[in-house]
Design a protein around this ligand. Sequence first.
Ligand SMILES: CC(C)(C)CN1C(=O)[C@@H](CC(=O)N[C@@H](CC(=O)O)C(=O)O)O[C@H](c2cccc3ccccc23)c2cc(Cl)ccc21
Length: 343
Amino acid sequence: MPRNNQGELSPTLKQCYKYLKLTSRSFAAVIQALDGELRNAICIFYLVLRALDTVEDDMTIPNDVKIPMLRHFHLNLQDTHWSFHDSKEKDKIVLEDFPTITAEFQALAPVYQEVISDICCKMGNGMTVFLDRGVGSLHEWNEYCHYVAGLVGIGLSRLFSASKLESPEVGRDERLANNMGLFLQKTNIIRDYLEDVLQGREFWPKEVWGKYGRKLGDLAEPDNRQQALHCLNELITNALELVPDCIAYMTRLHNQSVFNFCAIPQVMAIATLERCYNNPAVLTGVVKIRKGEAVKMMMGVSNVEKVKAIMHYFTSQIESRIPKDDPNAERTREVCSKALACT
Ligand SMILES: CC(C)(C)CN1C(=O)[C@@H](CC(=O)N[C@@H](CC(=O)O)C(=O)O)O[C@H](c2cccc3ccccc23)c2cc(Cl)ccc21
């Protein structure tokens, strides 16, 4: 942890790390373990993204307020006084005390500020495209996930390269960086089906669920159980197509702290997809990896061979239980064997 000449963190930086621990539970420690200038840059990036996400998620903010707020959000980084006190969300503190985050954003080297500001601008504008409407085609699913997670990967990759802890290639290859984010976000969307449906939010793409039911909420009905599982399995198959790119991305990383930071969410995601595959619990409750399993996995991902082994294990588990009567069985087998070929 960098110290000023008194050996202490500035009060605002200390406060930012408090907000990080408050808003990201187990992941804060992984961010704090990052080397050099990346630690503060990614701590601030994470908090700024959390603030933007809090605005997007807050259904009590009317669209005529929310749309300009999302589109102009990146400008708040230049305004040390901007804050927002009308949020009802659990992480609202990052909006109420945004000046603390802005102060530390402005203390970052300009190259990091430029990346964070550019990503916020693109993400905020992208979020407005999908406000109050569900996701239609698979192309739109990829577009939405690009805005809320792919851009995070692109931004992180630019920060990694700017810090010189990773090669320029990592920051240049937007396709791999984007797909790292898509893998995490598609997994979150698949897992959070019921929570989102109960809050009136539809992130499952209609191009897929429309084949299995009249309304997305119908898939939660016991009578539609079989159709719902076929839909779930098709979406998981779509997410598994990203595994080769995620492995290719992580193979390029050379800094251990950056590798851990990237690998831990990826192994959590493949474990979550495996837990969700053909699992009716996704439609009736929440499927979460238990803390103990998560910690075990977090300890075991120190190099790309170990990540490949974990990806191999969970992909094989899925492949071994593809239902005979699943309409996408053949496609799922193909995607699993392609993923296994990379591990
Ligand atoms: C939507 C999301 C996937 C981008 C959120 N996202 C992540 O999920 C975090 C993990 C996290 O926050 N886990 C939380 C989950 C939770 O709160 O339940 C935890 O406490 O375990 O990881 C990602 C993240 C980390 C490393 C590389 C990435 C590449 C592309 C995109 C995202 C990448 C993240 C990095 C940054 Cl800088 C900002 C956000 C994220």
